[in-house]
Design a protein around this ligand. Structure first.
Ligand code: ZN
Length: 407
């Protein structure tokens, strides 16, 4: 007979967007959640042993929908420049550290947004890849010749269409990344760039990807680049700064998920000195404000929004920054339960991870335990109390020292 164990939990976010459920008794059996019921003394009396987590909150494991494994969050300019031209062997120690940092912060799944060498793709099948991390990869992204995107990708060959390039993608790649606008300016507020590809090119590329069973994530800022990507039926819009109301309305009526990466702007502000003379503080402040306004509108319109941090961007730490992005969602008007859903069930959908991202009867007993009540989230997220995988408490990666306390 399979062993049945019981857990008393103080608060539980199920990852579906609702508020935390107070006082739950979970029955775990064979690595799954056999039952979830109200935590009453009568219910507990004949059920031993019981693990007491009544002062803790549990939630599904976190998903970061947009990371770059090869880049560090470091503010040291020389190190950042060196990483951009380093080879796989040189980047391996940093990538290993970033992967373990995800686990130490309860991020059990992440989607890599690309690098110019396909390094995350190689890392995923290497001995350094730490279980149970699930890493979805795009390999190298696609951008138009002469336009932004070289640091995370490549261009189609001369004479080759975008769709043909996408159809010839490496076998091991999970999703396709297309760069369809410029970088969001830190000097000129709301500066928009032209769409790198037109709707027809993007539509053909999305169809070519679908023929290979792949979804398409599109880096796009500004009205035209986002609109073209949406009309082409892409699966997610990355960043989407200054996309405007019309695009949000279009997205609300579609299956496309938005990954706003707002914490990149917060990190630029927190590390402003490291940007040198390239940026204007007032522009970054206004950009962050505008992105939170767009987030508030997206919530009202019912757009599906996922947490993605762009970890590896300056000051955006792998793992830890998921809590910061959740905090910004809440600042924009999301409830804690909605922010948890954006970081769990919506993220699982974005990555194509069926059966994960929620806590429910019959589902895997895989969850994070955070000390304190539900209102302590996401502030306390960086200090995990425990991680349960398939019904068992597992130790966090040994090479990781306790997370930096959140302020
Ligand atoms: Zn990115």
């Amino acid at each position: 007979m399979m062993e049945r164990r019981f857990l008393r939990v103080g608060w539980m976010f199920d990852g579906k967007g609702g508020p935390a459920q107070r006082g739950r008794l979970l029955s775990l059996e064979g690595g799954r959640i056999a039952a979830i019921e109200e935590d009453r003394a009568e219910a507990r009396s004949d059920r031993e042993p019981v693990v007491d987590l009544s002062r803790c909150t549990i939630l599904p494991p976190l998903v970061d929908g947009h990371v770059h494994l090869f880049m560090s969050a470091t503010c040291e300019r020389e190190r950042r420049v060196a990483q951009l031209s380093a080879d796989y062997g040189q980047l391996l120690p940093a990538m290993t550290c970033h992967a373990e940092s995800f686990l130490a912060h309860g991020v059990l799944a992440a989607r890599d947004g690309g690098d110019q060498g396909g390094y995350a793709l190689a890392f995923r099948t290497s001995a350094a890849m730490p279980p149970p991390l699930s890493l979805k990869v795009v390999g190298r992204g696609w951008h138009r010749e002469g336009r932004y995107g070289r640091i995370i990708g490549r261009t189609p060959r001369a004479g080759e269409t975008l769709a043909a390039a996408v159809a010839g993608e490496e076998q091991a790649v999970d999703q396709v990344k297309i760069v369809n606008s410029g970088f969001n300016s830190l000097k000129v507020f709301a500066q928009e760039t032209k769409s790198q590809f037109d709707v027809e090119e993007l539509f053909a590329a999305v169809r070519a990807a679908a023929n290979c069973g792949r979804k398409v994530m599109v880096h796009a800022n500004g009205r035209e680049p986002v609109r073209n990507a949406l009309l082409a039926g892409c699966h997610s819009i990355e960043h989407g700064f200054f996309m405007g109301r019309e695009n949000l309305e279009l997205m609300a009526g579609s299956a496309t998920i938005w990954v706003p990466t707002a914490c990149t702007m917060r990190a630029f502000l927190d590390n402003f000195g490291a940007l040198g003379g390239e940026a204007q503080r007032s522009v970054i402040e206004a950009t962050l404000h505008e992105q939170l306004e767009q987030l508030a509108l997206a919530r009202r319109l019912g757009v599906r929004v996922a947490i993605g941090t762009d970890a590896g961007s300056l000051g955006v730490h792998h793992g830890r920054s998921v809590a910061e992005e959740m905090r910004l969602f809440i600042e924009a008007g999301f409830s804690a339960g909605e922010a948890v859903a954006a970081a769990t069930s919506v993220g699982a959908r974005l990555l194509g991870l069926p059966g994960s991202g929620t806590l429910e009867k019959g589902g895997p007993a895989t969850f994070l335990v955070v000390e304190g009540d539900a209102s302590d989230l996401p502030r306390r997220l960086p200090q995990l109390h425990a991680l349960y995988i398939d019904g068992r408490a597992v130790s966090l990666p040994p090479s990781i020292s306790p997370a930096t306390p959140a302020t």
